[in-house]
Ligand binder design. Structure first.
Ligand SMILES: NC(=O)c1ccc[n+]([C@@H]2O[C@H](COP(=O)([O-])OP(=O)(O)OC[C@H]3O[C@@H](n4cnc5c(N)ncnc54)[C@H](O)[C@@H]3O)[C@@H](O)[C@H]2O)c1
Length: 271
């Protein structure tokens, strides 16, 4: 019999940063495929909204919140998965922050903040979740960025943190293979989330029209001509965490509309 590798029935997923943006898209897609989802976010309000969205759509979800650089937050989230659902199969880390600045204009505190949330936060989640994920022979999927591979001006801390996540993905994959656990990362291009809209506001006049037209312009820099929706990232996670990807570990999946495939320089125009 061929099993349906797209189903997550009986599986339990913890999504850090699942209350908004990409993490919310992941939580919705996996819940729609039958997973029981533990939704984590920084604050209770958005976590409650996402849990309600999933339940209204017929899915199963519970919520937990707190700063991801505090070890207690991950411990609580993992404990919730086990008390509510009896197991934990998959961890998806989508909690992250973006800060701007070059090496001079980035305050040291900002560098530390970015690494605390984006790197320490992922390590802490893996640290707490892995004993259960090993038992389930499950997966970890880390939301990294195209900026781990190529970068723009004035994002030193963010870019360095995403490079660290790709290295962490490889280290975890090599260690956890012995336990039957697969670990991969995803490199999104621009995705329509509160984070991206905040960036668009910073880089434009900040009016609703200016934000929309900035997003359209940014979308054009991707060969597919648009930015992504969070659920498109959810579909990529659903593949990587599923049995359909049973021989895939230690790698990065680009979900970037072709962004990294394209050279910045155009061919010289014909006379
Ligand atoms: N949106 C994009 O275009 C894009 C592109 C590439 C990579 N990413 C990455 O994807 C991930 C999600 O980004 P997004 O755009 O959905 O962001 P978002 O700001 O829309 O959502 C971030 C999520 O992380 C949580 N979070 C933020 N700071 C936290 C903290 N200190 N402790 C605990 N939780 C915290 C928030 O509660 C929220 O659930 C990030 O790692 C980001 O770097 C985003």
């Amino acid at each position: 019999m061929i099993s349906d590798s797209r189903t997550y029935a009986g599986r339990v997923v913890l999504v850090t940063g699942g209350s908004q943006g990409i993490g919310q898209g992941v939580a919705e897609v996996l819940a729609a495929r039958g997973a029981s989802v533990v939704v984590h976010g920084l604050t209770q309000d958005y976590v409650d909204q996402t849990v309600a969205l999933i339940r209204e759509a017929g899915g199963t979800a519970v919520g937990t919140w707190g700063p991801i650089d505090d070890p207690e937050t991950s411990r609580r989230a993992v404990a919730l998965a086990v008390t509510e659902f009896g197991r934990l199969d998959h961890l998806v880390t989508a909690a992250g922050i973006q800060r701007y600045g070059d090496a001079v204009s980035t305050p040291i505190e900002t560098w530390d903040e970015v690494f605390a949330v984006n790197v320490r936060g992922v390590f802490l989640a893996a640290h707490s979740a892995l004993p259960h994920i090993r038992e389930a022979r499950g997966t970890i999927t880390i939301i990294s960025s195209v900026q781990a591979t190529a970068t723009q001006q004035s994002v030193v801390a963010y870019t360095a943190s995403k490079g660290a996540l790709n290295a962490l993905t490889r280290a975890l994959a090599v260690d956890e293979a012995a336990y039957g656990v697969r670990v991969n990362s995803i490199a999104p291009g621009s995705v329509d989330t509160p984070m991206l809209r905040h960036s668009a506001a910073m880089h434009s006049e900040g009016t609703p029209d200016a934000i929309e037209s900035t997003l359209v312009t940014w979308g054009r820099s991707h060969p597919l001509g648009r930015i992504a929706q969070p659920r498109e990232l959810g579909e990529a996670v659903a593949f990587l965490a599923s049995d359909a990807a049973s021989f895939v570990t230690g790698t990065e999946l680009r979900v970037d509309g072709g962004l990294l495939a394209q050279l910045g320089a155009a061919l010289p125009a014909k006379d």
